[in-house]
Unconditional design. Structure first.
Length: 157
């Protein structure tokens, strides 16, 4: 795997880690819970992630999961939660112009990862990748056993 610096976490990775139970979910949870504290934090996501995470728990009136996600997405020594700023939205619009099939939320995630200098973008979403004439400045990492094991090993150094 390429040199790992900062890793952007798409919403689906957080859902996988905390709401499902299989070998990939276990590795995702290890990555999220076992990361070394650093300054700045090596894991990054957007405040948009909170809005995406809360939909099902709100629908199910799951106050425990709502509280957990609200607390998690406050940011901490291992997770940098970035605001959705005007600059991010302008960058997201440019990313959508380059790849019109990319939806605005996905473009916001990609723009945030770029703005934060992420070397990797961890997502199971097929729409995150580059368009036909587009190059993105990070490695798109799919959440499978091998990839997550490699990221965990890299992050523990």
């Amino acid at each position: 795997m390429d040199q790992v610096g900062r890793i952007y976490l798409d919403t689906n990775i957080i859902i996988k880690a905390f709401e499902t139970s299989d070998s990939v979910a276990n590795k995702a949870a290890i990555l999220l819970s076992g990361v070394m504290v650093s300054s700045p934090p090596r894991l990054v996501t957007s405040e948009l992630t909170l809005g995406e995470l809360l939909v099902i728990p709100d629908k199910n009136a799951d106050s425990s999961l709502i509280g957990f996600y609200r607390n998690l997405l406050r940011g901490n020594a291992w997770l940098n939660v970035q605001p959705v700023t005007r600059d991010i939205l302008i960058s997201a619009a440019r990313l959508r112009a380059a790849n019109p099939s990319r939806k605005l939320p996905d473009a916001v995630h990609v723009a945030t990862a770029i703005a934060c200098g992420c070397t990797h973008f961890l997502s199971s979403d097929k729409r995150i990748g580059p368009g036909p004439t587009e190059a993105l400045p990070f490695t798109l990492a799919k959440p499978d056993d091998a990839t997550l094991s490699s990221l965990i090993e890299s992050m523990s150094r």
